[in-house]
Design a protein around this ligand. Structure first.
Ligand SMILES: [Zn+2]
Length: 315
């Protein structure tokens, strides 16, 4: 054997060893990355949990914006044009701004009813569903039931499951990867739910006033009771006569907390607080409401700490 032949044998051996090394310990995952657009940062956080490195996820609305009223910027069109999957809250939460974006994106993959269109409300437990005919008396913005349902971790789990199933459908090669990501998320969510259950023990039965009806899923899950709203009806700004009624109610029932979403004017809540001694608390309905709250778990940690601290002060 010449030295050249020996050298060739060494080279072949090295190539073989390299190929085997690549094959060992690496899960059979594809190099595919799905483009996922969500309407809110809560859905984006859940999509990142299950999508991992096989999904590039971005939200249209920011967590400090009122999700009912988002400016439909043209820059979103370009992003929607490239999307493989669009995840939305539904129940008309985004009705004021999302439909034209979907149509104008001219992306067949994410049109209503297409495989890349996921309305999360189809899998979530929905509160305040209208039983009779829909009337204006229900307010302007919640005609099909309460759309702020992601604030129940049980719904967070259901949404994550639905996203995982969609991702697996759009990228079957990575189905096992998405399933494993969901299982891991589910396990961490179960642990967090135990912690939140303990932490909210002191909150059970606490009566609160909230600005908008953003919280029924949260309060039902953790045992608080919403007994009134700063808005006379969902989406209708405060009126002097309704504000007087709220003040009367707070005094009568000795209510300690007024919960306000970060995108509402604090003028009326503060005026009510001045008249009654109740405390105004800016609670976050969404991930991204403040920079420190950047995922679904932190959202509950933040709000529960704020509530328990405030209640401790009030006692
Ligand atoms: Zn609302």
């Amino acid at each position: 054997m010449t030295s050249q032949q020996q050298w060739l044998r060494v080279c072949k051996g090295m190539v073989l060893a390299f190929l085997m090394g690549v094959g060992i310990g690496v899960a059979p995952a594809s190099a595919k990355t799905l483009n996922v657009m969500t309407t809110t940062e809560d859905l984006a956080s859940l999509a990142r949990e299950v999508g991992g490195s096989h999904a590039q996820v971005e939200s249209i609305a920011r967590g400090y914006q009122d999700p009912h009223f988002v400016e439909a910027k043209p820059s979103f069109l370009l992003k929607l044009r490239k999307a493989d999957l669009l995840v939305l809250v539904g129940l008309q939460l985004e009705v004021g701004w999302l439909p034209p974006l979907i149509t104008q994106s001219r992306n067949a993959r994410i049109q209503v009813g297409a495989p890349g269109y996921l309305d999360s409300s189809s899998v979530a437990a929905i509160l305040e569903k209208p039983t009779g005919p829909i009337t204006r008396a229900m307010g302007d913005v919640h005609p099909l039931g309460n759309p702020h349902y992601w604030l129940d971790p049980g719904n967070g789990r259901r949404i994550a499951r639905a996203i995982q199933q969609k991702l697996a459908q759009l990228d079957p090669e990575d189905a096992a990867y998405f399933e494993q990501r969901f299982q891991d998320f589910d396990r961490r969510l179960q642990e967090a739910e135990k912690r939140w259950e303990q932490q909210t023990g002191s909150l059970k039965g606490t009566e609160v006033i909230t600005y908008h009806s953003s919280w029924p899923s949260f309060t039902e899950r953790f045992g608080l009771r919403v007994v009134g709203y700063v808005e006379p009806k969902p989406g209708i700004p405060p009126t002097p006569s309704h504000t007087l009624e709220v003040i009367k109610q707070i005094k009568q029932d000795n209510i300690k907390l007024i919960l306000v979403e970060p995108y509402f004017d604090l003028k009326t809540p503060k005026a009510i607080a001045n008249q009654t001694g109740a405390e105004v608390l800016v609670l976050l309905p969404s991930v991204g409401g403040v920079p420190a709250v950047s995922n679904y778990f932190q959202l509950f940690d933040y709000n529960i700490r704020l509530l328990t601290d405030a209640l401790a002060r009030a006692k």
